[in-house]
Every structure is written in structure tokens, then in C-alpha cells.
Ligand binder design. Structure first.
Ligand code: BGC
Length: 747
């Protein structure tokens, strides 16, 4: 655990310029508005170690696969979100000498991410060659006008003698992805002039679209414009002033950022930049900031979670929600939620099963249904890619990818690409979950039924029949526990395959004749699917009374995680891969992931036996893991365990639990705090008949907690304190809910 920011309910702030942990500091001060985002990089050059990164949602490059030994069927490329042209760059010269916080003498340093208003502020005093200047930086990515980035920098002369200040502000296309496979520069400049730059991603051999992005800068300043320089990759403007004692200079930079995702042709892109500029340059900084703050105020009003008595937990929870809202706002069904969002390059910035398994359950509760529906539409729109993936494996139907931008699998590790096929069940589960939570059947009966049918065709071809056992089996898979590869009969995968087929058969009975005709499922197919449902093998151990993670799991040398010497944890940073594979240690919930998905379909005894067996073997080395276990622990009344796991999930990045937050935040895991609180502590469930129920408890350390939840046209506030739970209907029609199994009318 490593905590480098102060604990505070709404801010992530520090008074230390932490040069040793600069990357970590940058990750934790990232900003985003769903359309674009960036790490907390400084505007000015910094000669120490730093990971410079800003990203534009949905703008990616297919980087040719690089592996040691090629295997047939490997994806051609790994899609990577492109590190965007740098539009916040602004260097300063103080009496002709460059400001560089790595080298300069700095005092009164503050760095403050204000989560309430999604603004990043930085201030410090720098002493250079006998002069002393106080700098204040503030920036935000407008939530009111998605294409707008706004920065304001002011500097005050604190020395007795005059100081010359130059601000050199640039748009710079000389940027790289650190993780580029062949060290390519992904951008080439199409057009560059004094105030704007248009760049296009380099050509690729895979027929995937190239992207163009345009950036245009506008300034409001009391400095004098002195010079401008238009280079091959960078365009810059220099502003200058001489500040007398206590005089203040200010420069505001507003950059309009547009891409070919919205404007196909360069002429339209140019017009769009002009159109937006005409609008936003007439407005004052304060008005732009106010419009941005209003959107955030509405967001927090709809979904803030308050925890009284534990500021650590409070900060963790808000940081989680902040991470989600900055990454995905839900209006655009072409976008999805990369595991690192806009905060780093790892995982390519692409879409994973994380979205369906972890994000949709939270977005259902904190936003309008259209947001989750858009995430499902994203998959529907990528069916063609899923057909290609199945075909490449020589199988029928649709296999959704583990990692993708366009529906086509791009993960380069065989044990994931070919084997981690449970994702096809997770997407089916998300369709069911959306339908159950919102009561809106229109998706499942139309687009959803198509997805389900094609995934069922895949499962029906992927299973095989064991004549010896007279059961269907699935061999050669990787379950959610990636510390086991190429296993046979992973309980979770078999269970979800069976469930998907069953659910598809149910939905086929509900679709209109017209839709049924389109789906064209034959009688033979239906009979086969039913046969698989009836005869799917689900490994079970009678003596232990548990579902067995996969064939052979129980023959391992089973010792709990507590037997591993502390200095060997996390095992993925200390042990060789084969030692991990041989061990009984579970990276993240596997059987327990399935029990969490269908939590009310298992008996208390089944839940307890499986939790008691598997949790002690789980190292939680996937950031996605603790939340699942927190919910199950709460369900089983293991309250202390639930709270400990809540802390781990909610503060995973703030406390750098997995020692890898320097690479970027774990955005999809930021769903964990909310899941642990709402499904765990409050015991919130939505049942198949649409009933909303709760069984809340109050963690001992806390005085109270409360959250707001969107449910079928209503906003409900749940607050829990020493007196018990209280429910308020904030908006919408009256609703009957259940609390500890008793009906309660909300009016
Ligand atoms: C987890 C996967 C997850 C991926 C991206 C991995 O470490 O094991 O389940 O999809 O990270 O978050």
C-alpha cells in the first residue's frame, strides 16, 4: 500500500512535488469528459520521468501483432488507443530560462484534483536566478461542450525587481505511445498553421479506419503576442510580459478538439472547429467553468454516495465514481469503457468483458437506462466482428472478443484469445441484467435476441459430447481466473454456456413472429440447445459441497493464501508463470464470479461452502476481484471481511494496492466501491418479477452512509444509520419495495 495524496472527501490533493512517484501522481490526477481525457501531466516540459498521455475516445490504431512464436489464428493486430496530439502544452521562460519543475527550486507546491467540479489545480512558487514567481494553473475538459479543453495560468512576480515572462503555447503532434510495438509515430500532420493543427493516424495494413483529429487554440491574455512558429509537427505562439513587483500575468488557452469520428471530411472538421470556436470564445472563463460545473453538479446530485465517519472510504467512493464519469458518459454507442480509460496506455484502451460484468451493473444504478443500452448496442453493432472471431476458430455463430475496438479480437495471448470464451456468457448475462433492472424488454426482444441466438450457435458448436459420461463438456478454456490456462470444464464457463442457451430458448419463445423469422433458428437447433442445457457437465464435489473450478482443481496442493510468505506477494510480481499455474491460487473470483452473478439462485449453504473454500485461495491480483467477494461476504454476513474488501476495492488506486497504478487507473474496477456498498452493505437486489429489495447493514466503523439510485424512472435515496435504513423517493412515481423481506411503499 502506498498513499501519496491527502485524505479528503472531495479532493485528491498533495503539497508535495513527488518526483519519485511522478507517474503515480499523474495517474491519480487524470481528467476526462467521456470524449477526451488526459493524465495529470504538467503543461510545461518536465525533464524527469513522466508518462505523457492524452487520449481521444474511440481513436485507435491497429498495431501489428508482436509475439515470440506465431500460432495460427493469432489476431493480426492489437488495437491501441492513440496518444493524442498534445494540446495543453505551454512552456514558460523566466528571464529567458526555462521553467522545469524537475530541476528548479520550488516551494508552496499544491496539486489538487477537485472531484466535485472536475478541475485540476496546481500552484507553486519558483525561485530562479534571483527572481521569485508564483504560478497558478487550472484546467478542465468541459462537460458542457465535449470538444473544449480550457486552461488558465496566472503568474505573479513576488520579487522586488521586474521579471520577464514568456509563455510558449503549442499544439504538438510529436507524441508517441510508449507501448507501440514497432516504435511508430502514430500521427502524421495533414495541415498546420498558426492556431491549428490537423493530423491523421498513419496508414495500416488491416483495412481499419484511419482517424483525423483537429485542434484549434484560442487565447485570452494580458500578455503581448510576440511571435509564432509553425514547424512540421508543432505550431506555437509566444506571449511575453515584464511583470513589476506583485504584478500578475494571465493566459487562458481554449482548445477545440474534433475528430473524424464526428466529421468525416477535413473541410467539415475545419468548419466544426470554427463553429465551436465562435461559440466558446465569446464566453468568459468563469461562464465556461460554470457551465461545466453545472453538469457535474447534476451528476453528483443523481448519484453521490455519502459516508459519515470514514473519510478514507468516502474519498475512495467518490474517486471511483469520478473515474467512471470522466471515462464514459453514455451518449455515444460507438464508445466503450477501456480498463484504464483515459489514464494510461495499458490494455490498449480497448473494450473488455469488464464492461458487461462490472460496469453495466453500476451504470444501471447511477444513470439513465439509455447509458447501459448504448453499451449493449455497442456489442450489437459489432456482431460482424464476432462472426469473424468464431469463424477463425472454425466455429459457428458469434464469439465476442476479449479485447477489441471493432468487434474483432485483438488480444495476442493464445490462452486469452482462444480460450477465455466465458465473455460470450457475460454479454448474455448483461442483456438479462439490463432487462431485469430496467423492465425494458425492447432490447432483448430485438437486437438482444439476435446477439443471444448467434452466441448460442457458437456455444452449441464449441461444446462436445462425452459419450463416456453422456454429458456435454467444454475443454481447453481459461476462466476468469487467468492463473489457470487451458483447463477442462471450467465450472463458470460451462455454467454460463448452459445458462445462455437456456435464456436464449426462453427469449425465442417471447419474440414476435417477424423477429423469429429473422433469427431463423431451426427446430434441430432448438432441440440441440435444449439437449445441451439438459446434459451440460458442471463439476461438483459431493464431499466438500462445492462447485469445482475445473477438472483437476481439487488435486492441487491446496494451501490458503495466508501460507504464502508476505514478501512473495503479489505472486505475479514474484513467481514464475509456471509456478503460478501449478499453484492453487486464484487471481480473481471464478466460481464465485458465477455465484455473484446469480446470487439469489443459490442456497445459503451453497454460497457459504463455496465462499469459505475459494476466498482463502484468492489473491485478488486482478483489481476486479475484491468487489465480487465484498458483495458475497456481505450476503453471508461476514461483515468485517466485506468491509476490508470494500476498502481494498474503493481505494485500490488511491493506495496503489496492486503496485501498478503508475501505468494508469483501474477504471473498470472503479465500479467496485459502489457494488460493494449497494449490493453488499445495502443488500440491494432486483428480482425477476421486478421487485427491488434491500437488506442493509451499517459497517461498524461508519456513522452512516447514503446513496442515490436510479430505478425505473425514479431516483431513490437510501440512507443507513444507527437507527436502521431510511428510504426516500426523490423523484418519480410511487413504488413498493421490500426491506428485509417486508413490503414498504415509497411515496
Ligand atoms: C483481468 C481480466 C480483465 C483485464 C482488464 C486482467 O488483469 O484478469 O479479467 O478483463 O485485466 O481489466
Amino acid at each position: 500500500m502506498q498513499r501519496i495524496f491527502e485524505v479528503s472527501p472531495w479532493d485528491v490533493a498533495t503539497h508535495k512535488l513527488d518526483k519519485k512517484n511522478k507517474r503515480l501522481q499523474e495517474s491519480l490526477t487524470s481528467l476526462g469528459n467521456g470524449y477526451m481525457g488526459m493524465r495529470g501531466n504538467f503543461e510545461e516540459d518536465y525533464s524527469g520521468d513522466s508518462l505523457s498521455g492524452s487520449y481521444l475516445a474511440g481513436v485507435w490504431y491497429p498495431d501489428k501483432t508482436r509475439v515470440g512464436w506465431w500460432k495460427n489464428g493469432y489476431p493480426d493486430y492489437f488495437g491501441k488507443v492513440v496518444n493524442s496530439v498534445n494540446y495543453i502544452k505551454m512552456n514558460f521562460l523566466i528571464n529567458g530560462s526555462k521553467l522545469d519543475l524537475y530541476k528548479d527550486t520550488v516551494s508552496d507546491f499544491t496539486l489538487d484534483l477537485d472531484m466535485k467540479t472536475a478541475t485540476l489545480k496546481r500552484s507553486f512558487i519558483v525561485e530562479k536566478d534571483g527572481s521569485k514567481v508564483k504560478f497558478n494553473f487550472e484546467r478542465f475538459l468541459s462537460a458542457a461542450q465535449k470538444e473544449l479543453s480550457v486552461q488558465r495560468v496566472s503568474f505573479e512576480n513576488l520579487s522586488d525587481q521586474p521579471v520577464d515572462i514568456k509563455a510558449i503555447s503549442a499544439i504538438d503532434a510529436d507524441v508517441k505511445n510508449e507501448d507501440a510495438n514497432y516504435d511508430d509515430d502514430f500521427w502524421q500532420v495533414l495541415e498546420i498553421n498558426k492556431d491549428s493543427l490537423i493530423a491523421e493516424t498513419i496508414p495500416n495494413d488491416f483495412g481499419t479506419p484511419r482517424f483525423t483529429s483537429g485542434m484549434e487554440a484560442h487565447y485570452v491574455t494580458n500578455l503581448k503576442e510576440a511571435d509564432s512558429e509553425v514547424g512540421k509537427l508543432e505550431t506555437s505562439k509566444t506571449f511575453e510580459t515584464t511583470l513589476q513587483k506583485n504584478e500578475v500575468g494571465t493566459i487562458e488557452k481554449r482548445v477545440i478538439v474534433v475528430t473524424s469520428r464526428d466529421y468525416k471530411v477535413v473541410d467539415d472538421l475545419r468548419d466544426a472547429m470554427e463553429g465551436i470556436a465562435a461559440k466558446v470564445t465569446k464566453i468568459s472563463y468563469d461562464e465556461l467553468l460554470a457551465a461545466h460545473k453545472n453538469v457535474w453538479a447534476d451528476r453528483w446530485n443523481q448519484s453521490d454516495v455519502k459516508i459519515d465517519g470514514d473519510t478514507d472510504a468516502q474519498q475512495g467512493m467518490r474517486f471511483n465514481l469520478f473515474g467512471l464519469f470522466t471515462t464514459y458518459s453514455g451518449e455515444d454507442s460507438r464508445l466503450n469503457i477501456g480498463p484504464k480509460g483515459f489514464t494510461g496506455e495499458k490494455y490498449g484502451g480497448a473494450t473488455y468483458w469488464d464492461t458487461e460484468a462490472f460496469c453495466i451493473p453500476v451504470y444501471l444504478g447511477v444513470s439513465q437506462p439509455a447509458v447501459s443500452r448504448n453499451l449493449l448496442m455497442y456489442r450489437y453493432n459489432q456482431l460482424d466482428g464476432a462472426y469473424i472471431n468464431a469463424k477463425r476458430q472454425g466455429l459457428n455463430g458469434a464469439l465476442y472478443p476479449m479485447v477489441t475496438f471493432n468487434g474483432i479480437e485483438c488480444h495476442n495471448e493464445w490462452e486469452i484469445t482462444f480460450e477465455e470464451i466465458h465473455r460470450n456468457g457475460d454479454i448474455a448475462f448483461a442483456i438479462y441484467n439490463y432487462t431485469r433492472y430496467t423492465g425494458d424488454k425492447s432490447f432483448v426482444l430485438n437486437e438482444g435476441s439476435k446477439i443471444l441466438t448467434e452466441m448460442s450457435r457458437f456455444w452449441a458448436d464449441r461444446v462436445h459430447y462425452s459419450k463416456r459420461n453422456e454429458q456435454y463438456m467444454i475443454h481447453g478454456v481459461t476462466g476468469p481466473d487467468e492463473y489457470e490456462n487451458n483447463v477442462d470444464n471450467n465450472w463458470y464457463t460451462n455454467f454460463l454456456a448452459k445458462w445462455t442457451l437456456k435464456y436464449t430458448l426462453q427469449i425465442l419463445g417471447e419474440v414476435t413472429d417477424e423477429q423469429a423469422k429473422k433469427l431463423d433458428v431451426s427446430k434441430d437447433e432448438i432441440a440441440k440447445w435444449q439437449d445441451i442445457v439438459d446434459k451440460m457437465y458442471l463439476p461438483y464435489d459431493d464431499d466438500l459441497g462445492i462447485f469445482v473450478q475445473h477438472d483437476g482443481f481439487l488435486d492441487k496442493d491446496i494451501e490458503p493464501v495466508s501460507a504464502i510468505p508476505k514478501d512473495q506477494l503479489p505472486i505475479n510480481q514474484h513467481w514464475s508463470w509456471d509456478k503460478i499455474l501449478r499453484s492453487p491460487y486464484i487471481k480473481q473470483g471464478d466460481v464465485l464470479q458465477g455465484i455473484w452473478d446469480f446470487i439469489d439462485d443459490f442456497t445459503e449453504r451453497e454460497k457459504k461452502r463455496n465462499f469459505d473454500f475459494y476466498e482463502p485461495l484468492t489473491v485478488h491480483e486482478s483489481s476486479l476481484s475484491p468487489a465480487v467477494h465484498a458483495v458475497l461476504a456481505a450476503d453471508l454476513h461476514y461483515e468485517d471481511k466485506a468491509v476490508a474488501l470494500y476498502e481494498r476495492t474503493a481505494r485500490l488506486d488511491l493506495d496503489n494496492y496492486n503496485n501498478d497504478t503508475a501505468d494508469g487507473l483501474h477504471i473498470t474496477s472503479m465500479t467496485g466501491g459502489w457494488l460493494a456498498m449497494v449490493q453488499g452493505f445495502a443488500g440491494m437486489r432486483v428480482h425477476d418479477d421486478g421487485t427491488l429489495s434491500y437488506k442493509p447493514f451499517l459497517p461498524k466503523k461508519w456513522n452512516s452512509y447514503s446513496f442515490r439510485q436510479v430505478f425505473r424512472g425514479r431516483v431513490i435515496e437510501v440512507s443507513v444509520n444507527d437507527d436502521g435504513p431510511h428510504f426516500t423517493l426523490v423523484s418519480g412515481e410511487p413504488l413498493q419495495i421490500e426491506v428485509y423481506k417486508k413490503p414498504l411503499m415509497l411515496k
